[in-house]
Design a protein around this ligand. Sequence first.
Ligand code: NAP
Length: 265
Amino acid sequence: MRSEASNILILGGTAEARSLAATLVADGLDVESSLAGRVSSPRLPAGRVRIGGFGGASGLARYLQEQRITHLIDATHPFAAHMSAHAVEAIQQVDGVSLLRLVRPGWGEHPDAPSWHWVPYLAAAPVVVDGRGHRPVRTTGRQSRPFFADLRAEQVLIRVVDPMDAPKPSWTVVLDRGPYEVCDETELMKRHGVDVLVTKDSGGIYTSAKLAAAASLDIPVVVVSRPEPGATQGGLCVTTAADIPEVLAWLSRSARMLQPPTMRG
Ligand code: NAP
């Protein structure tokens, strides 16, 4: 049983965050979702929505206090490391806010994972990619310009939601937004003669069709590992949930500890 007094802020921008907002709103809870405002027409979650950065961890801490947030659920993408770090810092500046990280499991347990080429961070990917193909595909290119610039390969296929600034003439930029089916991913890779796939370990099912497509075409896969939680959690032990039922259980458990947030110090 969750308390009437709970005031929940979801740090969103993911399909899981939207599903969570829909579930909680249907449950009659007061929920606000926060989006970074990176894409021009984001898919909006149910409930109240705010858009734009908070101004770092201290800005988020102020927001938590002003809005009397009791539960902060960080449901950002596994690679949104700055926002996750700010969430951890912010709750250390404000009393009375419980933090949960909702993060989908990675693809490390995928049956094909042992055959993939894992790199620890994106900057380590170009040399591995260049060693395996000449026509790579990368499916989230928005913040990856340095990666593309470091590639020797010229014929690069990039799929993004919004247009990229000044792509090289030899790059093919496809504007699209998931979820994608395996047959569409296979067709895309075949049409563009793709011979190596580069992806982050985003995990989950929403963007995994490309992995099956690459396997069916026998295309090598380069996977960028997730940022280490230790690097984003500042030594604090953050409770995590892998799915919405786990979030609901956490909300029920923590409801009895609610008290209005106050700034420390
Ligand atoms: P990031 O590098 O971790 O965050 C950079 C800054 O963007 C943050 O410091 C914060 O600005 C602002 N920000 C990020 N997420 C926000 C949110 N949900 N609400 C308000 N401000 C937010 O984040 P990112 O990797 O650029 O991702 C941005 C958004 O896209 C996130 O919502 C994430 O869930 C979503 N997304 C990211 C990826 C990815 O691969 N990184 C993939 C799919 C979706 P201030 O410091 O000013 O508060």
